[in-house]
Design a protein. Sequence first.
Lengths: 367, 406
Amino acid sequence: MPIRTEPVTINLGPQHPSTHGVFRMRITFDGEMILDVEPVFGYLHRGSEKLAEERTYTQVITLTDRLDYVSSMSNNLAYVLAVEKLSGINPPERAMYIRVIVAELQRIVSHLVATGFFLNDLGALATPLMYCFREREKILDLFEMLCGARITLSYMRVGGVFQDAPPDFWHSLSDFLNYMPDYIDEYERLITGNEIMLIRTKGTGILSAETAINSSISGPVLRASGVNWDLRKTDPYDVYDRVDFDVPQGTVGDNYDRYLTRVAEMRQSLRIIEQCVDQIEEGPVRTEVPALLRPPVGDAYGHVEGPKGELGFYIVSDGSIAPYRFKIRSPSLINLSALRGMMVGSNLADMIVTFGSMDINMGEVDR
Amino acid sequence: MEPVYVSFHEANSFFSNLYDLFAEWSFWGVSPIPDWLAYFLAGFLIVFAVVNSVVVVTTVGTWVERRLIGRFQSRVGPNRWGPWGLATPIADAVKLLSKEDTRPEGVDIWVFNLAPLVFIVTPLLVFAVIPFGEGTYIANLNIGILFIIAVTTVPTIAMFMAGWASGNRYSLFGAMRGVAQLVSYEVPMVLSIVGVLLMSGSLSLVDIVEAQRIPFILLQPLGFFIFLLAISAEMNRSPFDIVEADSELVAGFHTEYSGMKWGTFQLAEFIAPFGAASIITTLFLKGWDGPLLPDFVWFFGKVCFVWFVLLWIRATLPRFRVDQIMALAWKCLFPLGILNLFITAAEVLIWGDPTTAQLWIMVGINWAVAITCLVGISQLMSDKLSTRAPLAPVPVRRARGLREVR
């Protein structure tokens, strides 16, 4: 007599330790095997796009902070690039260098958080997480020197940055650049060669390059699948065309490749920052822009290679002080589109790890 | 008439002292305490003392564990209540006791309430047969090790009771995993113990300690390795903590518990490593025996060391997947256990009553076999355990001194 089984449906989230916010998945299990996944989101919806239509162009910067709250700088940068494109403003050179430096620091922060929580999802009792957060604190201290805030930064302005970096900042940054490679080595010694990590992540949650492209996935997740696509190379903004760096790519597209890609990108970010520190010259950090900016009628799309993927802002202006239409292309949401295919057929433990390796941020998914 | 408990009475110095104290206590030649009451009182006091010592040591142990894990994770750890945070466990207990004891709808009330009790009693039972010092133990069972094997499996029943009665699917998942893990790991654990039994020729833990002319960790390296993994899995300690798996199952079988019932589960889980460390100390590290210092100090020191190693493993390693845990038990530990048993049996057959020199020959053989086996297994799995070439290998240049301009 065959054993009769029946599928079990579990609501994973919105309150669950590993959903990285308030994500919810209705998962149908056969034993521990996943038969179906239905992502449900919207628990953190704040209506950022509609709110932006009621605010001046400068005020919208604070809204972008709260999209992906672990990478505010990149969000600010994407937004001000879009507005500058819309109104034809060119920021001074020093501002562009500072922007690149802080955007790369923000990328390191985001990847540290991603790596730490990825290991937490693997069940490593928060030890790698705490290691990663130790250096994240150092970078947040640097941000605090720049603008007084640590998380919601609002440092960028249309036509430059809020203020020039204080002299202490450069010394602290130099210190940071000195010890950070050693710390990345330390994470790698703890994590990369760990046998349990290897058997848990290699060959699980595979995302093929074809699926990734068809699902419009971007960022480290796409590059881990072996696609050479980085907006810093393909559509350079600010001063990325003046610095030399590599685009790390994976080969298989599994969870391990996504982890490796993030670690390699942290090293590349350090390289970019060092070159910027070498190249930066004295000068103004902000062009004169009217307090109530009225861009000409038209539309513009500004995008950056954010830590999680291509972050874009599409802004339509009707010539008033507020955007007429404000659309966010958030990488976290779009990267989720391939989730079902990566999860079905795996089991509960692998699913959590796969989800962690996608590094989504609910502030950005729900907006 | 000769009392039936005489052998027990003579063997256990703690017990006999207390018993004599009560039995010989007399007013003007009249003894107010009858023989049976003295027997009962002495036994009760010893059990009371041991159980409470274990709980108190565990309570301090939670503080040590949290401070040490804080150090491992480059943070401070609890340091607010009392000097160096020493009163944190008390604050935790007060908080847990004053919390509302919620019970979700649709639970099986009897089983739900009984599960924490079953869960906490069994780790304490382990200490009934552990010799803490020379002639100091609650009971010298002649089947002591069988008793331990039996008792360490009972928490799984409590786990399943909790998981089943909660009416929560995460809890049920955790319970199912727990049972599967127990069934798998009981086999290698027993096999590794059998090696020790062959060497010592007795099932009594007191005899096992006395039979160790050199610690059995030297004679049974493979057995020690298997036992350490198996007992970690039985306790659901990381990297085998799939039953609780906070990132997957929220809290596993005790997801629905709150207040002191949850606290009872936690206390039992903190006691379990001490029990495991005591068993390992007794079986493999020569128990309470050691030079110079008193036997209590040696026992406690060894237990603390093993406990620290278990903690160290917990703080460092990620978690296995369910099927990998089962594969490790059946494909790796089970054959190794059989091999260890075979070699040990052959050695015992050849050197029935070995001299010290022969013992050291056995140490050499067994270590060679153990290292060969472990290296061989890691070689067999080398394709799974190899790292990939790092992506875009670029040496990061160190920042030079800052230029003068800024």
